[in-house]
Design a binder for this molecule. Structure first.
Ligand code: GLU
Length: 322
């Protein structure tokens, strides 16, 4: 056993589909091929969007695909709990730490105000427009005045950070200019901790060494690296896999037909067919053949994963069905 640790961290706000299975399979193969430990974490922090039955279904779907994990919400482990809604205390401790270091400030801007000042160039694609820094320089008196009438969100001061650079395991060297995306929210006005903070607190606490996830999160990585630094934690290695797209150039989703794992199972598609198909799209095999996830472990080669998004057209999709 090595000390390599990876994870898959689904958000249970919808059914798992082939796009999720793609990221899960590749994250699992990356870790299993190095005899590492694989962690399953349920990212249900955004309460209203997440549902318990979808979390249960996600675990069942992953297991049906042939994936397994050493630690997770269903089996526990050394660094549990593995469900974000049960880890709020840890996020609040991190908030206290950032506050003490003077790295947070309250923001009173409404959604409408944020959109109104949003101007080109746009911020990080995964996070909406760059924050203009409106509330950054409020005096303590102004803050108190506003707090009396409105609950603020809390922003992390990223605005004047230096260029953030890192090496992505698939896309190569990355450089994000100082303040890319601006100061970002770590706790919303309704008290919900942001994905950015929760994911960093969790990956650090769970001693994750390797994060492999979808390329839609590539531009979240500089923010997360700033948080690792601010919290005094070592950052993991990152690898962002290309997204599976529909023919309209949009990320594979419901409008492209039922690509949910539950739906494919009901349609009689065996899991080995899905796994073999994904492995072939990921450059792991020369031709499409049904395979189990375990059969792929020894031959896994991360450098063969393409770094451009993959369009799933009708004829590719049809191959899933016998
Ligand atoms: N929970 C996130 C999602 O489902 C993934 C977070 C991550 O891998 O960093 O998109």
């Amino acid at each position: 056993m090595s000390n390599i640790r990876g994870r898959f961290a689904p958000t249970p706000s919808g059914l798992m589909h082939v796009g999720n299975a793609w990221a899960a399979l590749l994250a699992w193969l990356q870790i299993r091929s190095q005899s590492g430990q694989f962690v399953l974490r349920m990212e249900d922090i955004d309460g209203p969007r997440c549902r318990r039955e979808l979390a249960d279904q996600a675990l069942a779907d992953l297991r049906w695909l042939g994936l397994d994990w050493d630690e997770g919400p269903d089996i526990g482990g050394l660094y549990g709990p593995y469900t974000q809604s049960e880890r709020i205390q840890l996020y609040e401790e991190a908030m206290d730490k950032l506050l003490e270091k003077g790295m947070l400030y309250p923001c009173f801007c409404s959604r409408a105000e944020l959109l109104a000042v949003a101007s080109a160039p746009h911020g990080l694609s995964s996070e909406g427009p760059t924050y203009a820094g409106t509330c950054r320089h409020l005096t303590p008196e102004q803050q108190l005045e506003r707090m009396a009438v409105k609950k603020p969100s809390q922003r992390f001061k990223a605005g004047d950070a230096r260029t953030v650079i890192f090496e992505d395991g698939i896309s190569g060297p990355q450089a994000f200019p100082p303040g890319a995306g601006g100061d970002f929210v770590v706790r919303r006005a309704d008290g919900i901790i942001s994905y950015q903070l929760a994911v960093v607190v969790d990956d650090a606490a769970m001693k994750i060494t390797d994060v492999l996830r979808g390329a839609d999160l590539l531009d979240s990585t500089p923010r997360q690296l700033l948080l690792y630094e601010a919290l005094g934690q070592p950052a993991p290695r990152f690898a962002h896999v290309p997204l599976l797209m529909g023919e309209d150039g949009k990320r594979l989703a419901k409008r492209h037909g039922d690509t949910s794992l539950a739906g494919l199972k009901t349609a009689g598609v065996p899991p080995e067919r899905i796994v073999g198909w994904l492995a072939w799209l990921a450059g792991q095999t020369d031709q499409f053949e049904p395979l189990s996830a375990h059969e792929l472990v020894t031959q896994f080669d991360q450098s063969r994963i393409p770094d451009e998004s993959i369009t799933i057209n009708d004829s590719l999709m049809k191959q899933l069905f016998i």
